[in-house]
Ligand binder design. Structure first.
Ligand SMILES: O=P(O)(O)O[C@H]1O[C@H](CO)[C@@H](O)[C@H]1O
Ligand SMILES: [Mn+2]
Ligand SMILES: [Mn+2]
Length: 393
């Protein structure tokens, strides 16, 4: 019997330890969860632990393991060449990224910037790799005085445009991003254009708003999302999922303001009556704590998520399957401010899941998508090995 519904929640950047090739990414020794637990040894996450999160091989030195986990658990390797959000999510959904997305560590070519400035009728500031919260402090005053938007990138394939919404209204910023999206192809291909609106608060602080918007390229092939739709079922995207897949295979999409809003909207979706996939991304872990190198804040965010798990589980029906995973690491004690190449955790729970199943170490994130396709009777993804037979009661 097929399962009626799968809820897949990506805890964005919650990696569980370096991959064998981490060194080639400058990420030797990276361990997002492990280092958070080192910083907060008394981290209070009883619900995640009960599902078996701490029983995953070598996770946090075994300190979080419980005697009788109620879920199935394991960790997965990333086969794709990259450690960004798109690459991670696409692999989860059944696509390898063989050729990494092009990055611009020294900024975008001057010829492109000139053409872009002409197209938007504005000169720009920045055009270098930076932390988004720092660059708005540095260049914010000049941006606000001149109206020139701030362009920056990172170790990811991203063209990010930051602007004070009192200087460049939100809709105009989105238009500027659309223009960039259309132009960043061919020789200047780029995985994502990201709108980064911020406000200048009364106390002089520049704070980013939740109106961030991502403009990705379309997936390079058919994903799990399209398979689910082709099987006549709903794909309910929550948070930035729709952006990551450029809307391909998405039936309904809701924007979120925070991790807790994402959990609220996931619970709301669970209370609706449909069959298919609820696919949620909780980005605060990554954007508010991982990139900010804030292990304490990250730990608290995991505790906050953990405290909502009982509500999530209570909203599930008898034919529902819950899967928690991540898309890459972002070790908050690692050098720099970028993602880290790590294994990601997977935990599964539902009435039809055999409690305590140890999935060990799986070869690809794609095993998640393959499992979901099988669970929903939606054919099979291009890559990935379903572990459904291992977890079924
Ligand atoms: O430093 P901020 O602006 O949060 O940007 C981070 O977020 C981007 C997209 O997730 C990454 O490429 C990284 O640059
Ligand atoms: Mn991510
Ligand atoms: Mn990130």
């Amino acid at each position: 019997m097929d399962m009626k519904r799968v809820t897949l929640i990506v805890l964005d950047s919650l990696g569980v330890g370096e991959l064998p090739d981490a060194e080639s990414y400058g990420d030797k020794g990276a361990d997002t969860l492990g280092h958070i637990v080192d910083t907060t040894p008394d981290i209070n996450i009883p619900n995640l632990r009960l599902l078996g999160f701490g029983n995953i091989q070598e996770v946090a030195g075994g300190k979080l393991a419980v005697a009788a986990p109620t879920g199935a658990f394991g960790k997965l390797k990333e086969q794709s060449r990259g450690k960004d959000t798109i690459t991670g999510h696409w692999e989860i959904a059944g696509l390898y990224t063989e050729v990494p997305f092009k990055t611009y560590p020294d900024g975008f070519p001057a010829s492109f910037m000139k053409a872009f400035e002409k197209a938007i009728g504005l000169e720009t500031l920045g055009n270098y790799a930076a932390s988004g919260t720092e660059i708005i402090q540095e260049l914010g005053p000049e941006h606000e005085a001149t109206g020139k938007p701030i362009v920056y990138t990172s170790a990811d394939s991203v063209f990010q445009i930051a602007a004070n919404t009192a200087v460049i209204p939100l809709e105009r910023l989105y238009e500027i991003c659309q223009t960039a999206r259309e132009m960043l192809v061919g020789d200047v291909a780029c995985g994502r254009v990201i709108a980064r609106p911020y406000v200048l608060d009364a106390d002089g602080q520049r704070n980013r708003t939740s109106d961030r918007r991502d403009y990705a390229v379309s997936p390079s092939g058919k994903t799990l999302l399209e398979l689910v739709q082709e099987a006549g079922k709903t794909v309910y995207a929550i948070g930035k999922i729709s952006d990551i897949f450029n809307g391909q295979g998405v039936t309904t999409s809701v924007h979120t303001e925070s991790n807790m809003d994402g959990v609220d909207k996931t619970i709301q979706a669970l209370k609706e009556d449909f069959s298919g996939l609820i696919f949620t991304n909780l980005v605060d872990f990554d954007s508010k704590y991982g990139h900010r190198r804030d292990p304490e804040g990250y730990g608290k965010a995991i505790e906050e998520f953990d405290s909502r798990l009982p509500e999530l589980l209570a909203a599930m029906g008898s034919q529902d399957l819950l899967i928690l995973c991540a898309d890459h690491g972002n070790d908050p004690v690692h050098a720099g401010w970028d993602h880290t190449r790590e294994h990601v955790p997977v935990v599964l729970f539902g009435k039809e899941v055999k409690a305590g199943t140890d999935l060990g170490v799986r070869e690809s994130f794609a095993d998640i998508g393959a499992t979901i396709a099988e669970a929903l009777g939606a054919g099979s993804t291009q890559i990935g090995k379903s572990f459904l037979p291992l977890i079924r009661v």
